[in-house]
Design a protein around this ligand. Sequence first.
Ligand code: HEC
Length: 153
Amino acid sequence: MNRKWVVVAAAAGAFIMGTVSVTLSVAQEKKKESKLHRIMEKVNRNNSVIQKGTRNAVFYKKAERDIAKSAKEMVKLAKEAKPLGKDSLEKAKVANPQKVWDDYSDAFIKSAEELEQLLSKVGAPYDKVKPAFGAVKKSCADCHKDFRVEDEF
Ligand code: HEC
């Protein structure tokens, strides 16, 4: 093979190897993210749908079915999150963190279920949905205050 092409091939090989190793380390980084973290990201997406859809009565009217879907999803995710607190317990500065975690989780599940229930019938009144969602958001903030210590939200 021509010398010039050997150099080109070697450079291309090095480039590919570099790309592969970057890709691998990104994949490893992803894997390190906790299961709870991934659930929280989904929780957050549904939370945004409800947040936007309940901004005012006009938005709400158009978004009601999407909000209902997200509320239902939120109940599922809240239940999935409850047994995943283990990694967060040692970071919390509360006495009996397991019990506190379970209480916050139950408050989250219960408030999400109430919202879901309210929205199970088409035409749920905005002035009931809005405070019901307020209770859900409070449950997020309460738990984050004690257990999501490393970064503010
Ligand atoms: C029972 C406790 C608890 C409840 C309730 C809770 N969270 Fe979290 N949340 C956590 C913990 C702990 C973390 C940090 C987990 C991690 O990053 O490993 C977290 C992380 C997050 C993150 C960060 C994810 C990221 O990409 O960094 C978002 C966003 C979030 N929660 C949104 C919400 C919203 C919205 C609600 C309510 C609808 C909620 N959470 C309810 C405990 C809770």
